[in-house]
Design a protein around this ligand. Structure first.
Ligand code: HEM
Length: 465
């Protein structure tokens, strides 16, 4: 059961996009189960947004939420003391195995060291033309649609984000059929993984949900397993990685002490992680950014003017992106309002005191960008879409500490620079080619499972320019 959305309208000259109206009081165990079945953000109540630390008990889990910024810093900075929670690791297992997103301790540190080079500045520069090609292919796909009707931009954003990852991982564009297969399979995976998690939190049998999430994950793997196998076989024979892409960098990576490369199954784990962590999140951010731009025509026009001033009708170049501050702030503000990873669960590894609470080993402690980034103590008019807030130099420290859509500390998103470059080129391409208008009466509804997505897509009118 979901709460009514509020927002989707202008208040005091600012566009307030939709979010679930928080419950006045903490719900009972039963209602938390019912609401959490589909979406974590629908379990929240009013005080969740301002409390420093909260506590929730279910039959199978003792959970805390840490909102106070000093606690957030402590938790996110201590990757040994607060590893990824084993329930999250188990939920993600079928999709990403033991890879850099889910590993803990020294194993994580080694994996991170091995994948870092694929995302460094030089590598990012190499990926730019592939991102631009994917953005151009997206604009062509949209031009071929019947634009007299509303368009659901969400599957289009999933397609372009998956295409960007496909091109940068494998130097190959992603076909329409595979894009659809991935979109459907990951939605299916998220739905069943969410249900399986809720059942575990309540110590209930998983009723086959875990098995169904495994099948969905296998469907996604089938799209690229043969590519990884062929490239690895050729690399093992010739020593030639065959291209200058992320897969080449992963095949060339060596364990810092043993000198061993990733095995095929380790490589599949890293590729799946990069593929899923990299496209779901970016797709979500892009869909919400387009919705917010459609909701505020003035901001939309300001961003378009900036793009036109910097690039005119020329093809985009990487250096141009640095000269698009309005667009960059639109992306930041979208990630503030709709952080694709809304909750980051960690595990308490040894007895710990936090505020007035004694945390026991095994408890889950959650840091939530969704809550912190909508807390009125950190952000003025927290639910309003106001990209200009990021220009406020007086608030720089607060912005740095209370804005964490990419996480924080040593486990911060390895793809943050990649995602920013990708979103900027996709949004700039679309703003130059189309104008965007909302469809009255159908505001999107955010739901939060593994990632935060619009429940029934994002319907917009797009018109050629
Ligand atoms: C808007 C887009 C993105 C957002 C909001 C985002 C968000 C995040 C967050 C919050 C984390 C940390 C999770 C935690 O600490 O529990 C994370 C980790 C990660 N992200 Fe992203 N991400 C985005 C795009 C990408 C892209 C494009 C890639 C790769 C191409 C990527 C790859 C990863 C990986 C591999 C990790 C695990 C890092 C580690 O644990 O060492 N992400 N991301």
């Amino acid at each position: 059961m979901s709460l009514p959305n509020i927002g989707g309208e202008h208040v005091d000259g600012l566009f307030v996009p939709p979010f679930p109206d928080p419950h006045p009081k903490k719900s009972s165990l039963f209602w938390r189960f019912v609401r959490g079945w589909n979406s974590w953000i629908h379990v929240l109540f009013q005080k969740s947004y301002t409390m420093k630390m909260g506590e929730i008990r279910t039959p199978g889990l003792h959970m805390y939420i840490a909102n106070e910024l000093s606690l957030v810093k402590r938790i996110m900075g201590d990757w040994r003391g607060f590893p990824k929670h084993h329930l999250l690791v188990r939920t993600l297992g079928p999709a990403i195995g033991n890879s850099v997103f889910s590993a803990n301790g020294d194993d994580w540190a080694t994996q991170r060291e091995m994948i870092n080079p694929a995302f460094q500045q030089a590598a990012l520069g190499r990926t730019f033309p592939m991102m631009r090609d994917a953005a151009d292919a997206l604009a062509a796909r949209i031009r071929a649609l019947d634009l007299s009707r509303p368009v659901d931009v969400d599957p289009l954003m999933t397609h372009v984000a998956a295409d960007v990852i496909f091109r940068t991982l494998f130097s190959l564009p992603l076909g329409d059929a595979d894009a659809r297969r991935i979109h459907d399979a990951f939605n299916w995976f998220q739905r069943h993984a969410q249900s399986a998690s809720m059942l575990r939190f309540y110590r209930l049998p998983s009723f086959g949900f875990f098995g169904r999430s495994r099948r969905a994950a296998a469907d996604i793997h089938a799209v690229f397993a043969h590519i990884v196998q062929q490239r690895l076989d050729a690399y093992r024979v010739t020593g030639d990685s065959g291209a200058n892409d992320i897969l080449a960098s992963l095949m060339a990576a060596r364990h810092p002490t043993t000198g061993q490369p990733f095995s095929f199954s380790e490589l599949m784990g890293q590729v799946s992680t990069i593929f899923l962590a990299g496209h779901e999140t970016s797709a979500s951010a892009l869909s919400w950014a387009l919705y917010c731009l459609a909701g505020d025509l003035k901001i939309q026009q300001a961003a378009r003017n900036e793009v036109q001033l910097v690039a005119g009708e020329q093809p985009f170049e990487a250096e141009m992106l640095r000269r698009l501050p309005v667009l960059r702030n639109i992306f930041r503000e979208t990630l503030r309002l709709y952080p694709p990873v809304a909750f980051m669960p960690r595990e308490v590894s040894c007895p710990t005191q936090m505020r007035d609470k004694n945390l026991r080993p095994g408890a889950m402690i959650v840091v939530s960008p969704w809550l912190i980034q909508r807390n009125p103590e950190h952000w003025c008019c927290p639910h309003a879409f106001n990209p200009a807030r990021f220009e406020d130099v007086e608030n720089k420290t607060k912005i740095r500490e209370a804005w964490l859509p990419f996480g924080a500390g040593p486990r911060i998103c390895v793809g943050a620079g990649f995602a920013t470059q990708e979103a900027t080129v996709v949004l700039a391409t679309l703003l130059r080619a189309f104008s965007l208008r909302p469809v009255p009466g159908v505001p999107p509804e955010p739901v939060s499972r593994l990632t935060l997505r619009p429940k029934r897509g994002v319907q917009l009118y797009l018109a050629r320019r």
